[in-house]
Design a protein. Structure first.
Length: 546
């Protein structure tokens, strides 16, 4: 875990403890600081060394001091002091699905219930009967949640690429089998965050009960936790929670905006609405009792004096100010990608595979494919395609789409090892830094791309500096070998282009392409910030390409 993640989780823990102790405003201050730190594109230690912690949104004097205390000692005394005031079991209560800090505090303060087992005993003894807010249905739901959580740890966030396949299947099944009119995935999934804690699914339908019956019976659903009115909560086979909401068609846009979030973004929208004498919620924008916008997201934003904001950018990082000035600047879309820069063939690939690959590229409207014909480690060619495959790549030069012969050079690799391959460009795989800045090879072909450079945030600046110096793009996407959205944002800010994988040649279940595009969009990348929107690929330094 990185320092940034450590500190973000520590501050989220402080916020939970403050909630349980009845504090009103401090918890949100720590959560905002945690979100800012989590999305930071460089290591906190580097920011602290420059004495710029307070330039991070949400970091004031008190939180600045706590960060410095953690960096120097590995602990924060304030957190330890708060923990001593709250029984450990109360925190376990708060982590039960659907049971937030306010309810956990009620159990603790009003009923002297300080953990899951005492809650189970209180339910069995009938102590919740007649208590305000706990009817028969709610008590049954609590009992079911306790049984479901028995022997299981708290739900964890999972990488978004793991959530994609099941999210696709759920949405497709609802469209196909549940008689719904509209289906949309919301929440952090729609915002393209690196990790997902649950899935939020919105549908419109005239028959909510039929929708819930269909959803509950899907093979991906393991357990139904709650069902009532217009919402059903289930646990999926992979352990992820999914919340399905049936909304009125006239409220669909407002609900989609509201449940997409983020929390900070929505708080700012509600503040804007109040300044205009309006109210905004999941049902629409209201002037008094009159609903004046709700059907489409664009209407919600327009009523508040804003242009529509791409979901991936809704994190309260300046997007609202930008949207108040006119049409929102266009960020990269899938249709902008005209080529794939970095594609590995199977070891047993044939010339026919090259033809099939180019056919698939043509069907998708791509103009070129960079085919790795050899990988080099040190002076040795670690792997190379068969001569007939290389010949097929060469023959495609006169066709469209065409293939480029690419050589991937690993740590210690030198161009002398690949002169006979006559590559049209190189992909540099630098590996982890070791005491000094990374060095790019020089030789008969340009370095067009940096790939598989490792996920250490402290090294990101070095690789971005290398990309800028040699005019190479850097791959964005899931996995340790590519940039996440925060590092991609740093690349864009520093004049280094991104390369977005297209998914060409990947299995249908592979979500790398969608996730990579989402990360690039979260970085605010414009089409001109992405090297494989260009015809033909000429390198990653934008100043050279213009």
């Amino acid at each position: 875990m990185t320092t940034n993640q450590d500190v973000a989780e520590l501050f989220l823990g402080i916020a939970d403890l403050l909630d349980l102790l009845g504090e009103r405003f401090k918890p949100e201050a720590y959560r905002r600081a945690a979100r800012s730190i989590e999305s930071l594109s460089e290591d906190l230690r580097a920011v602290a060394a420059r004495d710029e912690l307070r330039s991070i949104p949400g970091i004031g004097e008190a939180i600045d001091q706590k960060i410095r205390e953690y960096l120097s000692t590995g602990r924060v005394e304030y957190y330890e002091r708060l923990r001593q005031q709250v029984p450990a079991g109360v925190l376990d209560l708060m982590r039960l699905p659907g049971l937030g800090p306010k309810t956990a505090r009620r159990f603790w303060v009003e009923l002297q219930v300080d953990g899951p087992e005492p809650l189970r005993a209180a339910i069995d003894a009938g102590r919740l009967n007649g208590v305000r807010g706990f009817g028969e249905k709610k008590i049954a739901q609590l009992r079911a949640m306790l049984e479901e959580s028995k022997g299981a740890g708290a739900a964890e966030r999972i990488p978004i690429e793991r959530a994609y396949p099941v999210a696709r299947r759920l949405a497709a099944a609802l469209r196909r089998e549940a008689g719904v009119h509209e289906v949309a995935l919301a929440g952090s999934f729609r915002r393209g965050r690196e990790t997902v804690g649950d899935l939020d699914i919105l549908v419109t339908s005239d028959e909510p009960e039929m929708v819930f019956d269909t959803f509950s019976a899907l093979p991906e659903v393991r357990t139904v936790r709650m069902r009532g009115g217009t919402k059903e909560t289930v646990v999926l086979a992979n352990g992820l929670q999914a919340d399905l909401r049936v909304v009125e068609p006239d409220s669909f846009g407002a609900a989609l905006q509201y449940f997409t979030g983020s929390k900070d973004h929505n708080v700012r929208l509600r503040s804007l609405a109040r300044d205009r004498g309006l109210k905004v919620n999941e049902y629409g924008v209201f002037r008094g009792d009159e609903r004046i916008a709700s059907r489409a997201e664009e209407d919600v934003y327009r009523t508040l004096g804003l242009s529509w904001i791409p979901p991936e950018l809704r994190e309260d990082r300046g997007e609202i100010e930008l949207a108040s000035k006119g049409p929102f600047p266009r960020i990269v879309e899938g249709r902008d990608l005209v080529g794939e820069l970095h594609l590995h063939l199977r070891p047993d690939a044939t010339a026919e595979d090259v033809s099939s690959l180019l056919g698939a590229a043509k069907a998708r409207g791509l103009l070129y494919v960079g085919v790795v014909v050899a990988t080099v480690s040190g002076e040795e060619v670690a792997q190379a395609v068969a001569p007939e495959v290389l010949a097929a790549v060469r023959r495609s030069r006169a066709s469209r789409p065409r293939a480029y012969a690419v050589v991937e050079i690993g740590p210690g690799g030198t161009p002398a090892s690949v002169l006979e391959m006559a590559p049209e460009y190189l992909v540099l795989r630098p590996g982890a830094p070791s005491g000094g800045p990374p060095i790019a090879p020089s030789g008969p072909a340009p370095v067009a791309l940096l790939a598989h450079f490792g996920g250490d945030r402290t090294a990101t600046g070095a690789w971005l500096g290398l990309g800028r110096s040699v005019g190479a793009a850097v791959e964005v996407g899931p996995g340790e070998g590519r940039l996440d959205s925060s590092a991609a944002r740093a690349a864009c800010e520093n004049g280094v282009a991104l390369a977005v994988p297209t998914g060409l040649g990947s299995p249908e279940e592979d979500a790398t392409a969608e996730v990579a595009l989402g990360f690039a969009r979260r970085a605010g990348a414009r089409p001109e910030d992405v090297v494989n929107t260009r015809r033909p690929p000429t390198g990653g330094n934008r100043s050279k390409a213009r």
